[in-house]
Design a protein around this ligand. Structure first.
Ligand code: PLP
Ligand code: SF4
Length: 339
């Protein structure tokens, strides 16, 4: 990629749509959403019950990518609450990754050498039913409250941290001004060598990548990577493609992480086209995660054996650089573990 200072902004991006308004118009009522996707017949009280354990939320953009009237649509299954979430099993817990133990205060979560997560906000634009942070106690564990100062000071006091990963929630649900403030404060720390943003927002609300965000991210001087989260090729809309092109235009390294989900993407053809189409948009497949065993997500589990077979079949179809690493997160380990 060519480093660029006079940044080429796509015409689509110069006509900013107010993404915050768009976000506010998201579906938050299950009935309205089911009506929109022509599936009102699926409605019943168990869905509301599941939606009370982890609230229902989906953007208009993501909903528009769902095939109307199809109860097996792979995007629908990621967001629609289900009676299956009410099943319990001793292997599926509320804090499967022992995040509470790794929590260091001020929104900082560190498990691995050199890099730490900064829980910058609780908000997501979409609530993914399989999310391992379904029960994360955000109100007491995020960094935004005091305008970042406690988090920034704590990072400064940790000589081993050289990379900060903005996480959440979704860090791009912060306004451009707050994000700018955070990135500026972090960069005053001479020990930091890299910054990273883990986000699903460009995928579920491509208008989030507006010209001001490009300005804010384009002015970051440290190497900046963005790890997006796409599970199925149907999520790769033309709007997302344009947003990704604009992010590439400001020299951001783009990576993808996906979660292997039963009924959604546990299929060779879909995995292969996902990896190929991501690359066509300038994104390298990074991780394919086994499901984290959070309570309420049991129905999404793909066995390790099946995951291995699928991954081997992917290796037989894709060039090495388009093959994501199949990994699991095991509490107490010093990195994600290859399966
Ligand atoms: C996944 C994760 C990271 C990032 O790991 P990489 O292998 O560097 O992508 C960092 N910190 C925590 C706590 C994580 O869970
Ligand atoms: S966007 Fe990410 S953090 Fe937010 S609900 Fe989905 S998986 Fe969880």
């Amino acid at each position: 990629m060519i480093p660029c200072t006079g940044m080429p902004i796509k015409p689509e991006i110069t006509q900013d749509v107010n993404w915050q308004q768009e976000l506010a118009s998201s579906f938050t009522r299950i009935q309205d959403f089911l009506e929109y996707v022509d599936l009102s017949r699926l409605y019943d009280h168990s869905l509301e019950h599941a939606g009370r354990q982890f609230s229902f939320r989906v953007t208009r953009h993501f909903a528009s990518l769902i095939k109307k009237g199809d109860p097996t649509d792979p995007l629908l299954l990621q967001v629609l609450p289900s009676a299956a979430e009410l099943q319990t099993h001793p292997d599926f817990s509320r804090d499967p990754l022992q995040d509470k133990q790794a929590y260091q205060g001020s929104g900082i979560l560190q498990k691995y050498h050199g890099r730490a997560l900064l829980i910058s906000t609780a908000a997501c634009a979409i609530n993914c039913r399989y999310c391992f942070r379904r029960y994360f106690p955000y109100t007491s564990h995020q960094a935004a409250r005091d305008k970042w100062s406690a988090a920034v000071e704590q990072i400064q006091a940790s000589p081993h941290i050289t990379e900060i990963i903005l996480s959440g929630g979704d860090p791009l649900s912060l306004s451009n001004a707050r994000l700018d403030d955070l990135l500026t404060q972090l960069q005053a720390n001479p020990r930091l060598e890299r910054l990273r943003i883990h986000t699903r927002l460009p995928v579920v609300l491509p208008d989030r990548v507006d010209s001001e965000l490009l300005r804010v991210l384009g002015s970051v001087e440290l190497p900046l990577a963005m790890v997006i989260h796409v599970n199925h090729p149907n999520e790769l809309s033309s709007e997302l493609h344009h947003a990704l092109q604009a992010l590439r235009g400001i020299n951001i390294t783009l990576l993808n992480q996906a979660v292997l989900l039963k009924g959604v993407n546990d299929n060779l053809e879909h995995q292969v086209s996902l990896c190929e189409e991501l690359y066509a948009s300038g994104v390298l497949p990074y991780y394919l995660h086994l499901l984290d065993k959070v309570a309420g997500s049991m129905h999404f589990e793909v066995s390790k054996q099946r995951a291995r077979e699928l991954h081997q079949a992917m290796a037989g179809r894709l060039p090495g650089y388009l093959l994501p690493r199949l990994v699991a997160e095991i509490p107490g380990s010093t990195s994600k573990i290859p399966v």
